[in-house]
Design a protein around this ligand. Structure first.
Ligand SMILES: [Zn+2]
Length: 359
């Protein structure tokens, strides 16, 4: 496995990984069906932190957000593509839960078919049925959702799965969002192992939200170890792990990536993002930037050294929050100015592009 991963990484590093080209591997795995080719990104003549193409790897799709509205928001701040994780969660009739969601895989697929250069659809994993312990042990919903997920991945039109909500702290936002569920589902469950099998079979990255409490991190690592051919994207800088822990895990698991979604937002009167100790502070939580958006030295060293393993994301989770999409980008541009030029390109778009083309 190490051989195939390093070969792929070599191809990515040299820019010679062609669209749809099979990953060279010594192992005799069956090739998954070809995925829909993603159009190439045209690079600007002069590449800087202000002009580098951006693939927003971590966003969510809700029913009332139109494709054209999203494109308008993206164009205003030079974002090339959005990876859409449909947010199935709806609102509860008693008003206790307000998600502003009701997105669907079919909606994400429709957007990607109409604008193949702008949207990358994932199979959505934020579903009410999955916020129950029974789902993760395996129940009727598990069987159904696994079957449906496999059919969607086999179609070649979906590029991954996400966001799996495993260890999640509840929050209420200034925009009236109320997400009250204090989720704590083991990453090494029956269902997650089955999804990891699908990830391996279809070379489909899986984005996972799991705050890195010690038991959670241990269980995540058991999952990585048991599924070396799967592709894991551990959201929010590996659940806000320390730079030392991230480096150690990435060295141990060649199939581990991290998305930095939300991790550069800080400062101001009320940031309410994963870049600060929000919505709960724990002793094992590590931040990426200070109040001004300056990357902490240990994290900067990590991103430069292991730049092939990180992607970014704005993590706009609810429909009404897209109105503020453009506010997210200055912090990312400031982040790109601080990492090396190589790391800037890797993290802004190159790694994401590699993940879309790994089938
Ligand atoms: Zn998340």
């Amino acid at each position: 496995m190490a051989t195939s991963i390093s070969r792929r990484r070599f191809l990515l590093a040299t820019g010679s990984l062609m669209i749809g080209a099979p990953v060279m591997s010594r192992s005799a795995r069956a090739q998954p069906p070809r995925r829909r080719p993603v159009p190439s990104i045209t690079l600007p003549q002069s590449l800087s932190n202000a002009t580098v193409p951006v693939v927003d790897f971590h966003t969510h799709l809700q029913r009332r957000v139109t494709a054209e509205y999203l494109i308008e928001r993206m164009d205003a701040v030079g974002v090339t593509r959005l990876v859409l994780s449909p947010l199935y969660y709806g609102d509860s009739p008693d008003g206790r839960i307000i998600n502003d969601g009701n997105g669907s895989d079919e909606q994400a697929l429709d957007y990607a078919r109409r604008y193949p250069d702008r949207f990358i659809p994932l199979v959505g994993m934020q579903r009410g049925e999955m916020d129950h312990a029974g789902f993760w042990d395996g129940n009727r919903d598990t069987v159904r959702i696994l079957e449906q997920t496999e059919a969607k991945l086999a179609s070649g039109e979906f590029f991954g799965m996400g966001e799996f909500m495993l260890r999640f702290y509840p929050y209420t936002t200034a925009q009236g969002i109320v997400a009250p569920s204090d989720m704590n589902y083991s990453p090494f469950s029956y269902a997650m192992r089955k999804f990891a099998d699908l990830s391996a079979k279809y070379r489909a990255p899986m984005i996972m939200h799991a705050e890195a409490e010690p038991a959670v991190s241990e269980s995540m690592q058991k999952l990585f170890e048991a599924h070396p051919a799967a592709t894991f994207v551990w959201a929010h800088n590996c659940g806000r792990s320390s730079s030392n822990d991230i480096a150690a895990m990435m060295q141990r698991f060649p199939n581990l990536y991290a998305d930095l979604s939300g991790m550069v937002y800080s400062g101001g009167p009320d940031p309410r993002a994963y870049g600060v100790y929000w919505p709960r502070r724990t002793e094992w939580m590590h931040l990426v930037v200070d109040d001004q958006g300056w990357v902490r030295p240990d994290m900067l060293e990590l991103f430069n050294r292991l730049s092939k393993r990180f992607v970014i994301g704005t993590d706009v989770a609810h429909a009404r929050v897209y109105e503020f999409y453009s506010r997210h980008l200055p912090r990312w541009r400031k982040f790109f100015a601080q990492v090396s030029t190589e790391a800037m390109q890797d993290i802004a778009y190159r790694n994401a592009e590699g993940l879309f083309r790994s089938a």
